[in-house]
Design a protein. Structure first.
Length: 452
C-alpha cells in the first residue's frame, strides 16, 4: 500500500484521468483556455485504445482503433490538422461470406449479400423499420430496455439467414452478443452514428501513418502536464476540492474529468463516489470483446485470385476481414477482427496460436495456397488491464431505465470517453465529442465559481 501521508500535494484547476483520445483532447482544450491541467495516465504510453506499430519496412499498422468516416467531423478535422495521409480500403474483387462455421464460403461482388431476392427484401424492410424506430424509441425506454436486442431484431426480420447476417454485423460492430444488451442500447448506438447509413460509412478510410500520431500530436501540446505511469488508486471530494491518489503522488483540483472506460471505475476508487443506482449499472457493464489480428504479406495476394480481402463470417473464429494495405500495394496487409463470441473463443489462447488459427481459417476459404506472412500481430484488448475490452463497453439490460443520467456529473466529477458520447459512441469521433462536452461543463463550473 502506498503511504500518502508525507507526499506533496500537486494543485491544478482540473485533473483528467486517462491519457486516451478523450483525455488528451480535454487537456488540450483546457490549455487553450488558460486553465491549469494535469493528465494522469496509468500506462507508460499515451493513446489508450489507439496503438500503432511501425514495421521495419517503414509502414505502420494499427493494433487498435483505425477506421474513420467522412461524416466524423471532429476526428477528420484532427487528421487534417496533424497532416496525416488518408488511404481508401480496396474494394475491387469479391467479398467472402460464411453463413455458418460448417458452410462453404460464398463470394459476392460489391455490396451484394449472399441471399435470395426474398431474403434481401426481408433485410431491406427490416432495416427500414429500424430506421423508422429511431424517430421514437427514446419515448419507449421502459419497454425497449427490458428486452434483448436479439429479441428485437427477430421481431423485425422474419427469416433466419437474414437474422443471422444482421446479428453478425451488429455484433461485429458492438463487440458483444445481442442477447446481452437491450433493444434500447442497440437503437441508441445506431442513433449515435446517424443511423445505418452513418454506420455503413464509418470505415471509409484509414491512415498511412496510423492513428498513434493523433495522440502524440495532442500530447505534444501538454508538456509536463502529462504524467505517465500514474495509476489512480483513490478519488475523494469535498466541498472545494477533488483529490486523487496515484502511484506518483497526490493531485488536487477544483474539477475532475474521468476519461477511462467504465469497467475501470472500480479500480480507480470511483464507485464509492457515485450514487448506488449509478454504481450498480456500472458494475453490470458488459465489456466489448475484440481481438484484432494483422497479417502482413509481401503483396496483397488475394487480389490476384479475384478476392477483395473483405468478408463477414458467422460463428467462426473471425467475424470480419478487410484489406488495409498501403496505397502503393508495396505490402499486403489483411486486418482480421474477432469480436463477441469469436473473441471469447480465442481469448484464452496465445498470440501465436491465434495467428496460426486465423491463417488456417483463411486457407480454408480458398484452394490457393496462402503465403507465409512476413509479420503478424494479434492483440486481445480484453487482456489489456487498462482497457479490459473494446471497442467500447455496454450497459446491461435494464441499465438505461435504471440510470438514464448515468454519466451526468457527480459533484466535481465529470465523465468523458467514447462510452459517454451521444454522437458516434464507441468510435474515435465519440471520444472527441465526449471531450468537447465535458470540457464545456467544467469551464462553466469554473466560471461560476469565480463569480461567487
Amino acid at each position: 500500500m502506498i503511504d500518502t501521508s508525507k507526499q506533496k500535494i500537486h494543485n491544478y484547476d482540473v485533473l483528467v484521468i486517462g491519457g486516451g483520445l478523450a483525455g488528451l483532447s480535454s487537456a488540450r482544450l483546457f490549455k487553450s483556455a488558460g486553465v491549469s491541467v494535469a493528465v494522469l495516465e496509468a500506462r507508460d504510453r499515451i493513446g489508450g485504445r489507439l496503438l500503432s506499430q511501425r514495421l521495419d519496412t517503414g509502414h505502420t499498422i494499427d493494433l487498435g482503433a483505425q477506421f474513420i468516416g467522412d461524416s466524423q467531423k471532429r476526428i477528420s478535422a484532427l487528421v487534417d490538422e496533424v497532416g496525416l495521409t488518408r488511404i481508401l480500403p480496396n474494394t475491387t474483387g469479391d467479398n467472402f461470406f460464411l453463413l455458418s462455421p460448417s458452410s462453404e464460403p460464398i463470394f459476392k461482388s460489391g455490396d451484394r449479400l449472399p441471399l435470395s431476392l426474398l431474403s434481401q427484401l426481408d433485410v431491406l424492410v427490416g432495416m427500414w423499420r429500424f430506421e423508422h424506430k429511431l424517430e421514437s424509441f427514446q419515448s419507449n425506454m421502459d419497454m425497449l430496455d427490458t428486452i434483448s436486442a436479439n429479441e428485437f431484431v427477430n421481431k423485425f426480420i422474419l427469416t433466419q439467414t437474414p437474422r443471422d447476417l444482421v446479428a453478425a454485423y451488429a455484433e461485429g460492430e458492438m463487440c458483444t452478443s445481442l442477447q446481452g444488451i437491450s433493444a434500447y442500447e442497440f437503437l441508441d448506438q445506431l442513433k449515435s452514428t446517424g443511423g445505418s447509413d452513418g454506420e455503413a460509412d464509418s470505415t471509409q478510410w484509414y491512415l498511412a501513418e496510423g492513428t498513434q500520431p493523433l495522440a502524440e500530436y495532442l500530447a505534444d501540446k501538454l508538456g509536463t502536464s502529462l504524467i505517465l505511469s500514474s495509476p489512480v488508486s483513490k478519488i475523494h471530494q469535498c466541498d472545494d476540492w477533488v483529490t486523487v491518489d496515484t502511484a506518483t503522488g497526490i493531485y488536487r483540483a477544483r474539477q475532475l474529468i474521468v476519461a477511462v472506460p467504465p469497467q475501470l471505475y472500480g479500480s480507480i476508487g470511483l464507485l464509492p463516489q457515485l450514487p448506488d443506482y449509478q454504481s450498480e449499472v456500472i458494475t453490470d457493464f458488459a465489456c466489448g470483446h475484440v481481438i484484432k489480428t494483422i497479417l502482413v504479406f509481401e503483396s496483397p495476394w488475394w487480389r490476384d485470385v479475384g478476392a477483395s480481402g473483405r468478408g463477414l463470417a458467422i460463428g467462426g473464429i473471425l467475424n470480419a476481414a478487410v484489406d488495409s494495405s498501403p496505397a502503393d500495394n508495396s505490402l499486403g496487409i489483411l486486418t482480421v477482427f474477432s469480436t463477441a463470441s469469436s473473441a471469447r473463443r480465442l481469448g484464452s489462447q496465445s498470440e501465436e496460436y491465434r495467428i496460426a488459427s486465423i491463417l488456417k481459417y483463411i486457407q480454408s476459404l480458398s484452394d490457393v495456397s496462402v503465403p507465409k506472412p512476413v509479420f503478424a500481430r494479434s492483440i486481445d484488448w480484453n487482456a489489456d488491464p487498462y482497457s479490459l475490452g473494446g471497442y467500447a463497453s455496454r450497459r446491461g439490460i435494464g441499465g438505461w431505465w435504471q440510470a438514464p443520467d448515468l454519466f451526468a456529473r457527480v459533484g466535481r466529477i465529470h465523465f468523458a470517453g467514447t462510452e459517454t458520447a451521444t454522437e458516434w459512441r464507441s468510435f474515435m469521433e465519440g471520444a472527441l465529442q465526449s471531450a468537447d462536452r465535458a470540457v464545456d461543463d467544467v469551464l462553466d463550473e469554473l466560471r461560476s465559481c469565480s463569480l461567487d
